[in-house]
Ligand binder design. Structure first.
Ligand code: NAP
Length: 605
C-alpha cells in the first residue's frame, strides 16, 4: 500500500495570527508562484542562519519574459554557493535571473525555458546530489521534453580523487544537447578547489549568456532571484573565523582501534549562526610529520622560497597550509608519472584501465606514490602540480538552544593508519584531534537546508547514524528536547565495539530516561562472530519502522556514503516490500517520494 501522507501543516512555531496571514497570502497563487515562495523562504531561512543579508523580495517576472534560470543541485553546499554567486553576478550585469534548487524546479517549465545554467555536483561514485535526483531522472527519462528552444550551459563540480569525476555534469550536458538544446558555453568541470574553474567558467558563461539573452531581454525586466548578498563582516569559507577550542576530548576507550574526539569550539564574536543539521567547515593544516615525509621523499629543502601565482612562501608552508597532501588525483598521478618517466604509472591512467586507477586512488596517498615511483621535482613545479588544500565539513553535533548560540560541537574520527610500513593520516581529523584548549581553528558554517528537523514538531523522527554519523543526531535530540517537541525520537546507532566505541553513551542513556529519546537500537559490528550493522536492526524492526514512516515520521541517515547509505537504502526497500505490501517498483517510488518530500534526508559522504 502506498498510503497518502497529508501535506505538512503550517509550522506550529507560527502564531495563529501569522498562520492566517500566510494562508491569506498564499490564497490563489499558482503552483509555480507557490514554488517560488517556497524556494525564497528556504533561501531566506538559510541566509538568516548563515548571517547573510537577504535581498529584497522582487516580483516574479511575467511568465513570457526571457530570463536566465540558474538551477543547482548541491550536496555539501559548494554548487549552491557557486550558483548564488552566479545569480548575484548575473543580476549585477543586468540580466533577469531566477535561482532555483533542483528539487524546487517545476519540471513542466523546462519545455518553455529559453536560457538555463546548471551548476551540479557529483557524489562519490557518480551519483547526483539528493536535491537533484528527481531532476536528473526526469531529464534522463522518456518524459523529458524536446528542448529545441533552449540555450544552456552546465558547470559540473566533483572530486578528481574519485574515478567518476563530474559524471553528473557530463551526463546533463550531453542529455540537454540530445534533447535539442543549444550549448552556449562548454561544459565546465570544477575539482574540489572549485573556484579555480568555477570563477573563469562563470565569467565566460555570463558573457555568453549576455550575448544570447541580451538580444532577447528587455532591459527593464527585474529579476526574481533568491540569492544571498553576503554582509560585509560575515565570516565565510573564504574568510573563516578563528574559533577558540574550548574542549577536545577523546570519547572512545583507550584501547579503541579508532580515536574519536569530541570538540567544542567558541564562535564568540563571529556573528556566525547555525541550526541543527548544518555542517562546520574547517580549514586544516597538514600534519607536520607528513610534510616532513614529503620533504624527505623529494629531497627538497622546506625553507626554500617558492613563488606561485604571485605569492611567495617557504616550500614547507606551501605544503602545510596550501596544498592537498592526503588525496591522490588523476592530474597529480599524470604529472608524477611524467616527472619520473614512469610509463607503467602513466599506463594506469589510460581510459581502458578504470579499475586499476580506482584501486590506486583507494589504496595510495600521494606520499606512497612519491616513495614507490621516484621522481625529481622542482619545488615550484611541485607546488603548481598539487591541488590547493580545501576545507573539510563536519556535521555539527550540538544545538545552539542547548549549548548557546556562540558554541559549536563536533565529532571527529581521527584517520590514522599504517600502510606500506609507514603512518598515514587524514588531514583535517589529525589536525583537529591534535588541537589543545585555547588553540584557534579557522572555521565557517555550511548550511544544509535539506537536513532539517520537521517544522511540525509533532512528527516522529528516525535517525540512522553509525560511527561519527551520529553527530547531527546529538544536535537533533538536544534541539527537540529544548523545544519540548511532541514527536518521538528513534536513534539507530552502530559502531565497532560496545565497550569501546559507544559514542555519547551516557548522554543517550540520560535522554532515554528523561524521555528525550524514545527508542535506541544498537549494532556493534565486531562484538560477535558475524557482523551486525544498523541495516540489520532496521530489518529486525521493519514492521514498526514502516508504521512510524506511514504515520508521518521523518527519516534521516548520516555517515558513510559509499557502503552504509546504500545498504540502508536497500534495507528500507526490503522493509517496504515486507511490511508495506509494495512491489519492487512501488517500493522504489515510495522511497523516492519520501526523498522528494524531504522526509528521507541524507547527510552522507
Ligand atoms: P565507520 O568507519 O563508518 O564505521 C562505523 C560502523 O559502521 C562500524 O561498526 C562499521 O563496521 C560499520 N559499517 C561498515 N560497513 C557498513 C555498512 N556497509 N553498512 C552499515 N554499517 C557499516 O565509522 P566512522 O569512522 O565514524 O566514519 C563514519 C563515516 O561518516 C565516515 O565515512 C565519515 O566521512 C562520514 N561522515 C561523518 C560526519 C561527521 O560529521 N563526523 C558527517 C557525515 C559523514 P566494521 O568497521 O566493523 O565493518
Amino acid at each position: 500500500m502506498n498510503a497518502l501522507v497529508a501535506p505538512e501543516p503550517l509550522p506550529v512555531a507560527l502564531s495563529a495570527e501569522k498562520s492566517a496571514l500566510l494562508a491569506r497570502l498564499a490564497e490563489g497563487l499558482a503552483a509555480e508562484e507557490l514554488y517560488w515562495v517556497a524556494a525564497w523562504s528556504a533561501a531566506r531561512a538559510g541566509q538568516a542562519q548563515r548571517g547573510v543579508r537577504p535581498v529584497d523580495l522582487a516580483p516574479v517576472d511575467a511568465p513570457d519574459a526571457p530570463r536566465l534560470t540558474i538551477l543547482y543541485g548541491s550536496q555539501t553546499g559548494n554548487a549552491r554557493r557557486v550558483a548564488e554567486q552566479l545569480a548575484s553576478r548575473s543580476e549585477s550585469a543586468g540580466l533577469p535571473v531566477r535561482l532555483v534548487r533542483a528539487d524546487g524546479y517545476p519540471q513542466r517549465e523546462l519545455a518553455k525555458e529559453t536560457h538555463l545554467l546548471v551548476v551540479i555536483s557529483t557524489q562519490g561514485d557518480g551519483e547526483p546530489p539528493d536535491d537533484a535526483r528527481g531532476f536528473v531522472e526526469f531529464l534522463a527519462g522518456k518524459r523529458a521534453p524536446r528542448l529545441a528552444g533552449l540555450h544552456y550551459a552546465v558547470l559540473g563540480l566533483g572530486d578528481s580523487s574519485y574515478p567518476q569525476f563530474c559524471a553528473i555534469g557530463r551526463q546533463l550536458d550531453e542529455r540537454l544537447a540530445q534533447l535539442g538544446a543549444v550549448r552556449f558555453a562548454p561544459l565546465g568541470e570544477a575539482d574540489v578547489d572549485v573556484d579555480a574553474v568555477a570563477a573563469p567558467w562563470s565569467a565566460g558563461a555570463l558573457e555568453q549568456a549576455r550575448g544570447v539573452l541580451g538580444r532577447a531581454a528587455p532591459a527593464a525586466v527585474r529579476s526574481a532571484s533568491v540569492h544571498a548578498l553576503p554582509t560585509r563582516h560575515a565570516h565565510s569559507r573564504e574568510q573563516p573565523f578563528a574559533a577558540t577550542v574550548l574542549a577536545n576530548q577523546r570519547i572512545v576507550a583507550r584501547d579503541s582501534e579508532r580515536a574519536v574526539h569530541h570538540l567544542e569550539l567558541s564562535l564568540e564574536g563571529s556573528g556566525l549562526r547555525y541550526a541543527p543539521g548544518d555542517a562546520i567547515g574547517i580549514w586544516p593544516t597538514n600534519p607536520p610529520a607528513l610534510v616532513a615525509q614529503w620533504l624527505e621523499a623529494l629531497r627538497l629543502d622546506g625553507a626554500q622560497e617558492v613563488t606561485h601565482q604571485d605569492r611567495t612562501l617557504p616550500l614547507a608552508q606551501w605544503l602545510s597550509r596550501e596544498r592537498e597532501l592526503t588525496r591522490l588525483t588523476r592530474a597529480f598521478v599524470a604529472a608524477h608519472a611524467a616527472a619520473g618517466g614512469h610509463a607503467d604509472l602513466a599506463h594506469v591512467l589510460r581510459k581502458e584501465s578504470a579499475a586499476p586507477f580506482a584501486e590506486l586512488l583507494a589504496s595510495h596517498q600521494p606520499i606512497d606514490l612519491l616513495r614507490r615511483y621516484r621522481a625529481d621535482w622542482h619545488a615550484g613545479e611541485l607546488v603548481a602540480a598539487l591541488r590547493p588544500l580545501t576545507p573539510r565539513l563536519y556535521s555539527i553535533a550540538s544545538s545552539p538552544r542547548a549549548v548557546g548560540e556562540e558554541e559549536v560541537h563536533l565529532t571527529v574520527a581521527r584517520v590514522e593508519y599504517a600502510a606500506f610500513g609507514v603512518p598515514h593520516w587524514g588531514a583535517a581529523s589529525a589536525f583537529l584531534a591534535a588541537q589543545e584548549e585555547d588553540a584557534r581553528v579557522p572555521v565557517f558554517i555550511e548550511a544544509n537546508e535539506r537536513f532539517r528537523l520537521p517544522a511540525d514538531d509533532a512528527r516522529d523522527v528516525i535517525m540512522i547514524g553509525p560511527g561519527t554519523g551520529v553527530a547531527p543526531f546529538r544536535a537533533f535530540v538536544q534541539e527537540r528536547r529544548e523545544a519540548g517537541a511532541r514527536g518521538r525520537n528513534w536513534l539507530v546507532f552502530g559502531n565497532r565495539h560496545f565497550t569501546r566505541d559507544f559514542l555519547y553513551q551516557v548522554e543517550w542513556q540520560e535522554a532515554l530516561q528523561s524521555g528525550a529519546l524514545h527508542r535506541l537500537d544498537l549494532a556493534f559490528s565486531r562484538d560477535a562472530a558475524g557482523k551486525v550493522y544498523v541495516q540489520d536492526r532496521l530489518r529486525e524492526q521493519g514492521r514498526e519502522l514502516y508504521a512510524w514512516i506511514e504515520g508521518g515520521a521523518h527519516l534521516y541517515v548520516c555517515g558513510d556514503a559509499n557502503r552504509m547509505a546504500k545498504d540502508v537504502h536497500a534495507a528500507l526497500l526490503d522493509i517496504a516490500l515486507a511490511h508495506g505490501g509494495h512491489s519492487p517498483e512501488s517500493a522504489r517510488e515510495w522511497l523516492a517520494d519520501l526523498l522528494t518530500q524531504g522526509r528521507y534526508a541524507r547527510d552522507v559522504y
